[in-house]
Design a protein around this ligand. Structure first.
Ligand SMILES: CC(C)(COP(=O)(O)OP(=O)(O)OC[C@H]1O[C@@H](n2cnc3c(N)ncnc32)[C@H](O)[C@@H]1OP(=O)(O)O)[C@@H](O)C(=O)NCCC(=O)NCCS
Length: 230
């Protein structure tokens, strides 16, 4: 199983790094691949609750590769950690299949609380050099986080986000409008909740209006009947 995963990682480098020449070269000379090999073993030990040995392996890996992946982090298949120096991946981070991570990237937390506190990356996410993704939220499939961006909020699928704090600049490759739309695209769940709240409010108002119009109608009718009786 581990060897299969290593094979996928080497193949990912060969597919996505134009400088990579052959399987053996990548296996022997790419520190990103070495960090992933160490991590695959460390993660197995972590899952079997051999926390000290797992952490020891990850620290040795950090010493050799300058890439720090906590043994608890869940890393998918076919990952490319290019150059790698300065990459930090936290304990509860999740990295989906096919992601690309450049040097200086942090998948970190923002507080001292225990539990899930690091980001979850979907499939085929690219995180540019020096980018920081901080907090426990999801980044959708096929997203790209620009170099040096600081992402603090979730992203739906197919979004390119840039800047500090990072904001969507493209959706499925198409530039987003500068005003209005971009902030709404950050968190689809919040938007849906907001819409549901508004619909509930409107429904409540509609019921009230119906009730009021009924009473008004009844009063008018009574007045008319009174008038006729006279
Ligand atoms: C994010 C990225 C993928 C954008 O590429 P793209 O799809 O071609 O998009 P564009 O270049 O058209 O940029 C779209 C907008 O985002 C802005 N932008 C792009 N990268 C940015 C960055 N790192 N920081 C801030 N803004 C950025 C552009 O200026 C542009 O804004 P504008 O519309 O106001 O002119 C690319 O800029 C990037 O950062 N890639 C990371 C690569 C990397 O880390 N390589 C390391 C190799 S060692």
């Amino acid at each position: 199983m581990i060897f299969k995963e290593i094979k996928y990682d080497v193949k990912a480098v060969m597919q996505r790094d134009p400088a990579a020449r052959n399987f053996l070269e990548v296996l022997l000379l790419y520190q990103g691949v070495h960090a992933l090999i160490f991590h695959r073993f460390a993660h197995r030990l972590y899952r079997k609750k051999h926390f000290f040995t797992a952490r020891l392996i990850s620290q040795i890996s950090r010493f050799i590769t300058h890439i720090e992946i906590h043994p608890g982090a869940k890393i998918g298949r076919g990952i490319l950690i290019d150059h790698g120096a300065g990459v930090v991946i936290g304990e509860t981070a999740v990295v989906g299949d096919g992601c690309t991570i450049y040097q200086g990237v942090t998948l970190g937390g923002v507080g001292v609380k225990k539990g899930k506190r690091h980001p979850t990356l979907g499939k085929n996410v690219t995180v540019g050099a020096g980018a920081k993704i901080l907090g426990s939220f999801e980044v959708g499939d096929n997203c790209t986080i620009a170099a040096n961006a600081v992402l603090l909020k979730p992203l739906a699928n197919d979004i390119t986000a840039a800047g500090v704090p990072a904001k969507p600049v493209k959706i499925a490759g198409v530039a987003v409008e500068k005003k209005g739309v971009q902030c709404d695209l950050f968190n689809m769940e919040d938007n849906i909740e907001d819409l549901q709240r508004r619909v509930a409010l409107l429904e409540g108002m509609e019921k009230k209006l119906k009730r009021n119009s009924k009473t008004i109608f009844n009063k008018q009718r009574q007045r008319q009947l009174k008038f006729l009786r006279k």
